[in-house]
Design a protein. Structure first.
Length: 205
């Protein structure tokens, strides 16, 4: 499956996942919901020039399919996520994990950062027709900090995909925000994504 196909599949399956998640959340006691860190709202994502953002409800576990680059590093049993999409190929997701203590959260954030840095090499190993590149967009001073990354992939015959990732932490809570669309680094809204990241991490407490 190409990375472009993953993007399209994530957007196409979001409504189905949202419906199933809504049924699950209906059965969750209100007291339990109060303990869940807040997630981004669709309007807090980087603005799309031709479409509004739409979002499903918060659901347990990790997104299906697993998020590009970070899926293998996420603890499925303790993760919660929300998926977002536009009327075009642009889509996004936020995954949040509440760890048992701050040391565990710090270790998970470091693991996720490393998974993103290593992602281009893994993508090229998995598919010889893929070339990929990682960029470091720096660290943000919000709560315990957040790091912002970019990953571009190019598949022979199908063009380029670009992804932005943020890994942030507040005490024992870790969140990952992923944004992706067709295009190159030139098409990535880095400044707006950093604003989104600050909002996402600030909403964890």
């Amino acid at each position: 499956m190409t990375h472009r196909t993953r993007l399209r599949r994530a957007a196409a399956t979001a409504l189905t996942a949202a419906t199933a998640a809504a049924l699950t959340l209906t059965a969750t006691p209100a007291t339990a919901a109060a303990d869940v860190p807040a997630f981004l709202d669709p309007g807090q994502l980087p603005p799309h020039p031709s479409s509004a953002w739409y979002g499903g409800p918060v659901a347990g576990g990790v997104p299906d399919p697993l998020p590009f680059c970070v899926g293998g590093a996420l603890p499925g049993a303790t993760s919660r996520h929300r998926q977002f999409w536009t009327e075009f190929d642009t889509n996004a997701a936020q995954i949040t994990v509440v760890e048992r203590d701050e040391a565990s959260a710090r270790a998970l954030a470091a693991l996720l950062d490393q998974a993103i840095r290593a992602c281009p090499a893994r993508a090229e190993q998995e598919d010889p027709d893929v070339t990929a590149e990682w960029r470091n967009y720096g660290r943000l001073d919000v709560e315990e900090g957040a790091t912002v990354h970019g990953v571009r992939t190019s598949h022979a015959g199908t063009g380029n995909d670009v992804h932005l990732f943020a890994v942030g932490r507040d005490a024992r809570t870790v969140t990952v925000v992923r944004w992706g669309q067709l295009g190159t680094f030139a098409h990535a809204p880095v400044a707006d994504f950093k604003k989104t990241t600050r909002t996402a991490v600030a909403k964890l407490h």
